[in-house]
Design a protein around this ligand. Structure first.
Ligand code: HCA
Ligand code: CU
Length: 376
């Protein structure tokens, strides 16, 4: 799984998030931050979506970023002709292949899809650009149809083929099987895109990589259509455990929090409290048993090292679940001197008060200080 690449789609899928409206300046700021973080590709909204979208795409292409710039279009020559003039490094083409989308969205059959795919792919290639072909709603598409179309496009030569779980219905086992099957059919790289409707977007991405996919679509905080896609931060958390050297050397992980704050502010949401890595309590330990072990050796209850992300751990001691080891560490922080027996006494006091009301840090500090001065 180490050696994966990221297609960062905050400025494409993310623009489909209900709250998103990015000004040109904001898009540029986000693109630069993504590039600095180290993503491989930045995917932008289709230039045919609106006139400003087209101009913004051109502006970002001119920034000279390290990341390759992609735009995302329908499998149609009208779109392709506009896309290749924007200055992008590559074009991501998508078309719905499930019965649902064929019947209720674009109304085309598989022969038509294959024909237009070949035409668009050859056109984009003739301009010297990278090309990816993806099937929308892959997991509700007929497997024979799917493999046939991928085989067709692989034979004429594409950089990547994409699988998209457009409705978030797939589970990790299904993902593993589809990617494995597809690997036997195509020679190009495989890219995967997972929506999070059923909470599987990170797990599915991991499964895809395990099965041999090379690229994963992500967005900052997972923003996208409905409740979004695989979040960049969550995937980093998953992957640093599985491929630590690769992830640490490739991505500027200590910039993750700023990047998330930048996007959160732009779309007017708070960082989710339970986000991997950046959730406000992601490295907060509470129960006395946890606190004791963490103080002895953080690996006891931490699979991620907060320092890898420029974060710090926190021992939550102002509560009735606390234990004397946590209180001892607080006493030391307050630069007071108590024996272990005295600390156990004051801990009992704190737990007693914590049984009747919520405690603040100040409350506990006062209890400790009062206890200390009464001893004098
Ligand atoms: C959408 C399109 C898409 C495309 C994914 C891809 C999806 O429905 O808005 O290009 O691989 O989820 O199918 O985001
Ligand atoms: Cu999507």
């Amino acid at each position: 799984v180490g050696n994966f690449q990221l297609i960062e789609s905050t400025l494409r899928e993310g623009e489909q998030f209900a709250n998103a409206f990015f000004s040109t300046e904001k898009k540029i700021e986000i693109a630069k931050a993504l590039d600095d973080f180290g993503v491989d590709y930045i995917e932008l909204t289709s230039p045919v979506a609106s006139e400003q979208s087209r101009m913004d795409c051109e502006a970002i292409c001119k920034l000279g970023l390290k990341a390759k710039i992609l735009t995302h279009i329908r499998c149609h020559m009208d779109d392709a002709k506009v896309a290749v003039e924007t200055g992008v490094d590559g074009v991501d083409v998508v078309i719905g292949t499930s019965q649902f989308l064929r019947q209720y969205s674009h109304g085309k059959d598989m022969n038509y899809i294959a024909k237009s795919a070949v035409e668009v792919i050859e056109f984009v290639k003739s301009k010297g650009l990278e090309i990816r072909f993806s099937s929308e709603d892959s997991f509700r598409s007929d497997i024979v149809d799917l493999l046939n179309i991928y085989k067709t496009v692989d034979a004429i030569g594409v950089n990547r083929v994409g699988i998209a779980d457009t409705v978030g219905c797939a589970n990790p086992r299904q993902v593993y099987e589809l990617v494995k099957t597809l690997k036997n059919v195509v020679s190009c790289d495989i890219e995967c895109h997972f929506h999070d409707d059923t909470g599987c977007a990170i797990g599915n991405a991991y499964s895809a990589l395990e099965a041999g996919a090379r690229l994963i679509d992500v967005s900052v905080l997972g923003i996208g259509e409905r409740n979004g896609i695989t979040p960049l931060g969550g995937l980093m958390a998953r992957m640093i455990v599985s491929a630590p050297d690769y992830v640490k050397s490739k991505y500027k992980l200590h910039k993750l929090r700023d990047l998330e704050n930048l996007v959160a502010e732009a779309v007017q949401v708070n960082l989710p409290f339970n986000s991997p890595i950046t959730g406000f309590c992601a490295f907060t330990h509470k129960a006395g048993i946890h606190a004791k072990a963490i103080l002895a050796n953080p690996s006891t209850y931490e699979i991620l090292n907060p320092a890898d992300f420029g974060m710090t751990r926190y021992i939550h001691f102002a509560n009735r679940l606390t234990g004397w080891n946590a209180i001892k560490s607080r006493v030391e922080q307050l630069n007071l001197h108590l024996t272990d027996d005295q600390i156990k006494d004051v801990t009992a006091k704190i737990k007693k008060i914590g049984d009747v009301r919520q405690l603040g840090i100040d409350d506990v500090d006062t209890i400790i200080k009062d206890f200390h001065s009464e001893l004098q």
